[in-house]
Design a protein around this ligand. Structure first.
Ligand SMILES: [Zn+2]
Length: 152
């Protein structure tokens, strides 16, 4: 597996998964722990904008988990849907859900490519991108395209 470096965290994906094991992705169908992090599947701009804050809050909440919660709580998918960040979990807790919802709301206002503040735009598909990144994408692809990152 290729190790990705996350500048916003000052560490690589392998280091992150060692420090915060709950960042490992899980296959929702089989329950198998995968060898990459769900964090790395978050669009780069959102990681830059609030990745560190989100992980800090999640880590603090994870400490409150019971043993049962720790065994059961898993992130089974990350995607950009309707222009917002969606983090899918198997079993979850109300407080962890609150944290994830907070960052879903925040994702509406940050460019998913570069992290800059932005407004959403749409032509049927909702794009959460700043002017520059949107123009760059249209130039590159000739049109807007769906950006999805489901787990294999
Ligand atoms: Zn941008």
């Amino acid at each position: 597996m290729e190790d990705i470096y996350f500048p916003e965290l000052g560490m690589s994906e392998k280091e992150l998964m060692k420090k915060l094991p709950f960042t490992k992705a899980t296959n929702g169908a089989t329950g198998k722990t995968l060898d990459f992090s769900w964090y790395g599947k978050i669009p780069k701009g959102w990681r830059i904008a609030f990745g560190r804050d989100m992980l800090n809050e999640m880590a603090a909440e994870y400490k409150n988990f019971t043993r049962h919660d720790r065994k059961e709580w898993r992130v089974t998918g990350v995607m950009e849907k309707y222009g917002e960040l969606r983090i899918y979990t198997g079993m979850t807790t109300p407080r962890m859900d609150d944290i994830l919802e907070k960052y879903t709301s925040l994702s509406h206002k940050r460019c998913l490519e570069c992290g800059k503040p932005c407004v959403q735009r749409g032509d049927g598909w909702i794009y959460t991108m700043c002017e520059d990144c949107y123009e760059e994408m249209v130039e590159r692809l000739g049109h807007g395209a769906g950006i999805r990152t489901p787990f294999d």
